[in-house]
Ligand binder design. Structure first.
Ligand code: MIC
Ligand code: SF4
Length: 644
């Protein structure tokens, strides 16, 4: 039987397990990437494994999240730690300013047909180039760097069949927003979203990458495009023709689900606050006053996206509206360099746009937070409440075209009103200058890893006993994001300092949570559907673990977060009957007895609400590996014990 693109790549990397959807398999990882905000922990974990040099084909350590922190040594210390560590262990180091990890990886390192594991949830961006690129917690990436396989549930594969061609002023972002509208933020769980159909050939690699990037918001394992002539041209233009190989689905390939999208019928779309799936047509909210516009992020910061903005402003045709603040963050040094050479940058500067560094910036709440109750239109991928740094800020997600229209008129405007659509040609040759990528040392013995005071040791977890007891510390609703659990923004500088960062846990919901949790000696957390959606940051498990959280009981979990909880020895459990969620209350005394038997499947896993005098059945769905990991108190304990 024929195979689809997903199966071809996963199956050729299978180390163990059966290729049956839903079953756990282990795959070999060719490449890894980390970014600074998750990287410091990942490398501390890698160091703890005692491996002298990475065992991947390629590993890259990027600095893009926390590049320009206000006042203090923490960032610079982190960067120095990351750079010296990379040099010592055979890892390429992409300096701050070289660009956003996903954009740079697509341009300079991604190879069709290979697997990539990244400690950032938008790692699937490289699916645009025909890779199986998966986001994971730093610990999983550390294991992969050490040559270990990556465990995942063999996915279901959804074919998104693209037909025809996009109309002027409608672009790749509108495709993924339409998909989010149809599938919701949970619609992709357990699936790889594979793109096919005759519409694929009309999309350039960066456009494909916009789509695969935001597949993360569907909750998908990853998203992938075939590797075809368009991919070949892109790699050739990057001076990497030798990295190309063709990967197409076989004619008789099977899919678990097929979704049709007629590109020609799509209109400009926009996601309303506070969820990437709250999507409507731009025309439905036209006229709403906009306070700021931000262009950039790993979703929409390619040369093509920047040139759209530049062209709209060309020759002083339009200016940024006087009551609005517009920022532009080109995705990489390559993009910025090319814009500065072809004067694309001066069109933007002349129009009044503020040019920011090639980094994540406002996307992660690092600067340009909206004014109080202000409206911000962003070409980014996440608009979770408070993520921008302004609690009552209203963030909308849209294409660069829609962002440009709003920047000019100061109100939400259908970009089709802007007149003639700029024709942006993909460069035949990109400007290639990798001087901000530092290769690893030839002689690692000469390199000393430098650790400033912000680099704190990893906290430890003890092995699981047979029972857990404690208070229900906090009861939460549906779609709790990792930004709720461990916020970024001004807290980012403490990513290497778990004791300090733990003070941020649930701070937007209950500022005293960390004190309460500590005073109670830890306890339980209850959540609704899709608990832990969003980021891959393992701090969302590590910090609650530090505060003594023992188990999270929810209606359902987001994939990466669930894996992170297991990695750090916190039990992610679900209610057998979701209605039982309503029966428990904040402050209840909870008890989980006979755990070992329950986890082994020998007995029901029963949650006792001592306060209410009630009992509820729970489910776990762990693989044997996960049970063993939890019993050992997390992956580090488990792998160390296995190694003995
Ligand atoms: C994000 O977009 O939420 C981040 C910041 O890139 C995270 C990683 C992190 O929290 O450091 C992600 O997407 O995984
Ligand atoms: Fe950076 Fe934003 Fe992309 Fe996360 S989503 S990697 S913060 S640009």
């Amino acid at each position: 039987m024929g195979k689809n693109v997903t199966q071809k790549i996963i199956d050729s990397h299978l180390v163990s397990g059966e290729a049956v959807s839903g079953k756990e398999v282990n795959i070999r990882i060719d490449q890894t990437l980390t970014q600074d905000a998750t990287g410091t922990m990942a490398y501390l974990q890698f160091e703890a494994m005692g491996v002298p040099k990475v065992r991947t084909k390629l590993s890259v350590s990027y600095v893009d999240h926390n590049t320009l922190q206000y006042g203090g040594f923490e960032n610079a210390d982190d960067h120095r730690f990351l750079q010296t560590l990379a040099s010592k262990y055979g890892i390429y180091f992409s300096k701050p300013g070289n660009g956003i990890c996903h954009q740079v990886h697509l341009e300079r390192f991604g190879v069709p047909g290979q697997t990539l594991l990244g400690s950032d949830s938008h790692t699937p961006t490289s699916g645009g180039i025909g890779m199986i690129a998966i986001g994971a917690g730093g610990l999983d990436v550390a294991v992969a760097m050490g040559g270990g396989a990556f465990s995942l549930n063999y996915p279901k594969v959804t074919l998104v069949k693209l037909k025809g061609k996009l109309k002027p002023w409608v672009s790749a972002k509108d495709v993924i927003l339409e998909l989010l509208r149809r599938m919701t933020v949970k619609g992709g769980v357990g699936k790889v979203i594979e793109y096919g159909g005759d519409g694929v050939k009309h999309l350039s690699v960066p456009e494909r990458a916009t789509i695969t990037n935001m597949g993360a918001e569907l909750g998908a394992t990853t998203s992938v495009f075939p590797s075809d002539d368009v991919t070949k041209e892109f790699l050739k233009a990057q001076g990497r023709a030798k990295d190309w190989s063709e990967i197409n689905a076989d004619a008789d390939a099977k899919y678990d689900e097929v979704i049709d999208i007629d590109l020609a019928k799509l209109e400009p779309m926009i996601a309303k606050p506070h969820s990437p799936d709250a999507v409507c047509k731009v025309s439905e909210i036209e006229g709403m006053k906009v306070d700021q516009v931000c262009v950039g992020s790993c979703t929409n910061s390619s040369y093509r996206d920047m040139m759209i903005i530049s062209d709209v402003f060309k020759k002083g045709k339009f200016k940024v509206h006087p009551e609005l603040s517009m920022t532009v963050s080109p995705g990489s040094k390559q993009v910025l360099d090319m814009l500065s050479l072809n004067k694309g940058l001066s069109n933007m500067i002349e129009a009044g746009a503020r040019i920011l560094e090639s980094a994540c910036g406002p996307c992660i709440g690092n600067g340009q937070s909206p004014p109080s109750a202000g409206v911000s239109l962003r070409t980014f991928n996440r608009n979770f409440e408070g993520r921008s740094g302004t609690k009552d800020g209203k963030v909308f997600l849209c294409s660069p075209e829609t962002a440009a229209a709003a920047a000019i008129y100061g109100v939400v405007t259908d970009p089709r009103k802007l007149g003639k659509y700029p024709k942006i040609k993909m460069p035949v040759k990109f400007l290639v200058d990798d001087s901000m990528v530092v290769p690893p040392a030839k002689d690692p013995s000469k390199v000393t890893v430098v650790r400033g005071p912000n680099i704190q040791p990893l906290p430890k977890q003890s092995a699981l006993g047979d029972g857990l007891k404690g208070k229900l510390l906090i009861k939460l609703g549906d779609n709790i994001t990792t930004d709720h659990i461990t916020p970024a923004g001004t807290w980012l500088k403490y990513r290497s300092n778990v004791p300090k960062y733990s003070e941020s846990v649930f701070s937007a919901i209950d500022a005293k949570f960390h004190e309460k949790a500590k005073a109670a000696g830890g306890g339980f957390v209850v959540g609704g559907e899709n608990y832990g959606q969003g980021s891959s940051r393992e701090h969302a498990a590590l910090c609650p673990m530090y505060l003594g959280v023992k188990a999270i009981i929810a209606k359902s979990f987001a994939r990466i977060h669930k894996d992170n909880l297991v990695n750090f020895g916190i039990l992610p459990l679900t209610f057998e009957n979701p209605a039982d969620y309503d029966a428990v209350s904040d402050g209840d005394e909870l008890e989980l007895a006979n755990l070992k038997n329950g986890l082994a499947g020998g007995a029901a896993l029963v949650l006792k609400d001592v306060t209410k005098g009630k009992e509820f059945n729970l489910k776990h769905g762990y693989s044997q590996r996960q049970v063993d990991t939890l019993l050992a108190g997390g992956t580090l304990n488990y792998t160390t014990a296995k190694g003995k």
